[in-house]
Design a protein around this ligand. Sequence first.
Ligand code: ZN
Length: 330
Amino acid sequence: MNYIVLDLEWNQPRYARETVEKPVHLVGEIVQIGAVRMDESLSIKEELRLTISPQYYRKMHRKVARITGLDNEAVKKGIPFPEAFRLLAKFCGKDFVFLTWGPDDIPMLRDNLVLFSMDEEWIPDHYDLQVLFSTQKLGELRQMSLEDAIDLVGEEPFQAHDALCDAKSTALLCRHLDMETGLARYAATAGDITVRPLENRELSVRFRNRGEALKELGNTIFSCPLCEEYLLPEGMIPQNANKYLSLAECPKGHRFLIRFRLWKTVGDRVGAAREVYTLDENLITFFKQKEERYEKIKATERLKEKRKRARRREKRQAEREAALAVTDEA
Ligand SMILES: [Zn+2]
């Protein structure tokens, strides 16, 4: 298996009204791809730098141009995104995972693939190295700039904010990390799932609100991706505001973690997608963590509610006594 360290630079719309909304809400259009391929011993095998001429946000945002050193002239000489993607895919090979610095590159890549009607399913398992770095080197999960991280391990950074230089600097950090343990425990440390779902399906139904969506989704049977038997989600807990988790087992004993993603769509309706993951040790730990956290939140809420009721009771009691006192005086 190869490790591909990926770094992207993207242009932004110069004005909000220029923002592309379909087929995706396009935060950025990729103008540069930097990638480093490492083998399992983390030695660098090959490097890739591609400059892309943007089709939607053609004029470089002044701030982006300053940071990346890519001006209108430079990106005009670039290649179209679909061609860059084919080169990247060839570079990555068949068996690989993505490593990035920070959580933004993969969603950006996904959006750009959708923008050009290309296969987003191609994106393999991916890991944010900030998660490994901060937990292993700082003992806590937090954001940190690539420059600061490089500095902390005493390495010399490559010139920053060129996509390939950033990818190379990120690759340097890998040698200071316990990659094997870090990746094995990633879901639990990051608090998120990064393995590919077995199935990822946007549902055609639109719900009136979140409550209705959760009720319907929790009661809807669908087929097991492995044997076509039926699956029914068991219970539902929130992962965060937009994602909900559930477990499911088919009659033949195939077990899955089901994740529902919800979003607001046209007319204030709620759209949903269902992801089905093969349940392994990692995902069981992940689910248990979320479940425990949810139980704690619920317990705190119950306690708050109880205190509120007690206060209301005391207030009513005081009012009654005050009223009695008035009656006595009369
Ligand atoms: Zn099954």
